[in-house]
Design a protein around this ligand. Structure first.
Ligand code: PLP
Length: 390
């Protein structure tokens, strides 16, 4: 039995621990290689060499050129830079005042787009997903206008795990001459990324979703002209993102990305098996419970459910007290339970969507841990349903 001393982590979609092999390559950049990569002397050169090697590695990893890679402080910043930078560049260059995003974006996209609409008078259109949380190229095409500055569609959703047909969406955007950004933060941790195959103009990645450090990310940018810089200062990152680079973290991110690529097949098989054990196990054990998101086109480590008549947050707390750390799709405020925007956009019944549960496994999750979780879940759901019925 799991005790409070050995909690089981089932929330790898929120973050992952740093791989020891990543940590190892980071260390010298906190010590002897501490120089500022912009300095001309040998200390600077050492840091710059690590920085540029990391840039080449990530560029190669996603089928890009090194000059198309911008290092940021994380995926949230990459998303902000992509949206704000291309909205303002589109307005300045072509009088474009319209933005298209989807109804299943991460807050880093949806809140940024909302602010661009409210504070900066951009028109915002939101593409509705289907019942699986998937966005079709046709639905995107219907909303593109002559004055569209950019389209941003998530590659794989964090709440329900659904993978979107980004290459098809890119073809539509290209036809209209509108830049396409994709938030590939979840997708990039599990699926191969090739920006040429995808055909996107901008793409965000964040290291801590793939066993790298927190607080560092990438924005891929096809052409400089698409973007205005949003943070001004020195000429770092091709004049598009000022600020001394976090060399140690960037070097760690590149190593983490190399590892997921070289181990992808092995990891995917391992994760899928565990994911499917959870999906089957939960659906067999819990009445009035459905899988949320796409049944097959979903992230290999991602199982998500909606459970009728249960408060998702209460369920999470209950499970945590039993030693299992999971997540819910819903961003409930205490006393004001509301299903998440993503689940509502999918048109799910709010009575079901309130009881959302996300289990995301990692390479170290054991079959034994999954079995223990499946043993505990029915009691937890029953206890909460009784409280609510009373
Ligand atoms: C985690 C995540 C982000 C934001 O990452 P931060 O590390 O918080 O900046 C953005 N988009 C998606 C899809 C994510 O999963």
């Amino acid at each position: 039995m799991v005790t409070n001393n050995s909690p089981v982590y089932l929330d790898y979609g929120a973050t992952t621990p740093i791989d020891p092999r990543v940590w190892e390559v980071m260390l010298p950049y906190f010590k002897e290689n501490f120089g500022n990569p912009a300095s001309t002397h040998r200390f600077g050169q050492k840091a710059e060499s690590g920085l540029e090697k990391a840039r080449r590695s990530i560029a190669e990893g996603i089928g890009a050129r090194p000059e198309q890679i911008i290092f940021t402080s994380g995926a949230t910043e990459s998303d902000n830079l992509a949206l704000r930078g291309s909205a303002f560049a589109g307005r300045a260059k072509r009088g474009a005042n319209h933005i298209v995003i989807s109804g299943v974006e991460h807050d880093a996209i949806s809140q940024t787009a909302e602010q661009l609409a409210q504070l900066h008078n951009f028109d915002l259109d939101i593409v509705a997903p289907d019942e699986f949380g998937q966005i079709s190229a046709m639905a995107v095409a219907e909303l593109i206008r002559e004055d569209t500055a950019l389209v941003s569609i998530i590659m794989a959703n964090n709440e329900v795990g659904t993978i979107n047909p980004i290459a098809e969406i890119a073809k539509v955007c290209k036809k209209f001459g509108v830049p396409l950004h994709t938030d590939a933060v979840q997708a990039g941790a599990y699926l191969p990324i090739d920006v040429e195959v995808l055909g996107v103009d901008m793409l965000s990645l964040g290291a801590h979703k793939f066993y790298g450090p927190k607080g560092v990310g990438v924005l891929y940018l096809r052409e400089k002209e698409i973007l205005s810089s949003m943070q001004t200062g020195g000429g770092h990152e091709h004049n598009l993102r000022a600020g001394t680079q976090n060399t140690a973290y960037i070097v760690g991110m590149a190593k983490a990305y190399e590892l997921i690529q070289s181990e992808m097949e092995e990891r995917t098989n391992n994760l899928q098996e565990k994911r499917d054990a959870i999906i089957t196990g939960v659906l067999n054990r819990i009445a009035d419970c459905k899988l949320s998101g796409h049944p097959s086109e979903r992230l290999p480590n991602h199982a998500s459910f909606i459970i009728k008549g249960v408060d998702g947050n209460a369920l999470l707390m209950h499970l945590d007290s039993k030693g299992f750390s999971c997540s819910s799709g819903s961003a409930c405020k205490t006393g004001d339970p509301k299903p998440s925007e993503v689940l509502l956009a999918m048109n799910l019944d709010p009575i079901w969507a309130l009881g959302s549960l996300r289990i995301t496994v990692g390479i170290h999750t054991s079959q034994e841990e999954i079995q223990q979780f499946l043993d505990v879940l029915p009691e937890a759901v029953e206890a909460l349903r009784i409280v609510e019925a009373a």
